[in-house]
Design a protein around this ligand. Structure first.
Ligand code: TXA
Ligand code: MG
Length: 361
């Protein structure tokens, strides 16, 4: 089931060299050339790796869905090379859309705006809206400029898997399904962009939490955001079909631990009271900077983060490493809702239980 137009093996392009160096220019130019020819290329962004194709090329956009095994009704984000290019899509009668882009783009924010139908219809499956974003990672913007067209790009995972945050992870998901993977190093943010419904003036709301928080957005738009409806089957799922699907499920069960419980959970580990789950248990928790290292207690891997940013940056790659290591269970400390809503959302979507109730093995 090759979705690339030709049956060549996937190329690995090294985009990690210094910006402007001959090697970097060559990697970016090759990615642009393949995209112009209607091929799929995995590209780095500051959030996660994206599976990109020309937003004007309907067969290439269809190939994205089959390479990802993604349901056709889950729409894609269109990525632009610059702020002015994205501003061009902002409706004149919704001034906050422009204000938000000017405040946060290039950066980890996506706006859902009315669509004028200029892109391949497969991108938004007949919705009257389109999601737009300007990535902060310079290499990503250079590839878009080199391709000469905006790029449709979902996260470069197969459907239902954690998003890749390194070229190694993206390669494991997509080699053999795409023409090339462009290595741009480890993603700085590590979770996907904040998606904002920006269709209605005075009525913005967050459809997917991310690094940019509600408080930051409210400061720019000047009013409280509307609450996302609680019911997943309701209007929100119609507006953001992606929220209907279960996401970010690692193969290792993830159990959330409240901050007040983390020390008790560690004590249970030390006393081997969680041994029903085998010995290969990973613990993700915040730790004091002085303490910061991966320590092993028996076969327990303890990963300590300095702050929520580091926790988010490393989350998906730690899920991946725990899978590779054959871990039996991940215990993950719950982050603060107001400070790290995006991280909390990804953990809740990944979780199979809450300490002290563990999944049955
Ligand atoms: O950080 C990111 O946003 C990454 C990088 C690659 O840019 N991309 C990403 O794309 O996460 P994807 O396809 O995995 O997630 C896009 C989300 C989905 O939940 C989708 O339903 C929603 O955005 N979305 C896209 N177009 C939409 C639209 N027209 N209306 C509502 N929601 C939309
Ligand atoms: Mg995704």
């Amino acid at each position: 089931m090759f979705t690339s137009k030709s049956d060549r093996p996937t190329e690995l392009l090294d985009g990690q060299g210094e910006l402007g160096s001959a090697a970097h220019l060559a990697a970016v130019a090759r990615a642009g050339e393949l995209l112009r020819a209607g091929e799929l290329v995995v590209i780095p962004t500051e959030t996660v790796y994206g599976l990109a194709a020309s937003a004007f090329d309907a067969p290439a956009v269809r190939a994205i869905f089959s390479a990802k095994e993604r349901p056709q009704d889950n729409p894609l984000i269109v990525h632009f090379k610059s702020l002015p290019a994205a501003l061009d899509l902002c409706p004149r009668d919704v001034p906050e859309a422009r204000m938000l882009l000017e405040a946060f783009a290039p950066g980890p924010i996506t706006l859902v705006v009315p669509s004028d139908g200029r892109f391949a219809a497969e991108i938004n499956h007949g919705l009257d809206t389109v999601a737009i974003r300007v990535p902060a990672l310079e290499t990503a913007r250079e590839v878009i400029a080199s391709a000469g067209v905006p790029l449709a790009a979902p996260s470069a995972n197969r459907s239902g898997r954690p998003s890749p945050t390194s070229a190694e992870m993206a390669w494991a998901e997509m080699a053999g399904r795409v023409a090339a993977v462009l290595d741009g190093g480890v993603c700085r943010v590590g979770i996907e962009s904040t998606v904002v419904d920006a269709t209605e003036t005075g009525g913005f709301r967050i459809l997917r939490p991310g690094r940019i928080t509600a408080a930051q957005i409210e400061q720019v738009v000047g009013y409280p955001l509307r609450d996302p409806p609680e019911d997943e089957e309701s209007e929100q799922s119609r507006r953001s079909p992606g929220t209907r699907y279960r996401h970010y499920t690692p193969r290792v069960p993830v159990v959330l631990v409240a901050p007040a419980e983390i020390d008790r959970a560690m004590e249970d580990l030390r006393e081997q009271r969680l041994s029903g789950h085998g010995t290969a248990i990973w613990v993700l928790r915040l730790g004091a900077p002085a303490d910061r290292r991966i320590r092993a207690v028996g076969d327990v891997e303890i990963v300590e983060f300095t702050d929520f940013e580091e926790y988010a940056r490393r989350l998906f790659s730690l899920f991946w490493s725990a899978e590779q290591a054959g871990a039996a269970l991940i215990l993950a400390e719950i982050p603060d809702h107001d400070t790290a809503p995006g991280l909390l959302d990804r953990l809740e979507r990944a979780a199979t239980g809450r300490y002290p109730d563990l999944p049955v093995d």
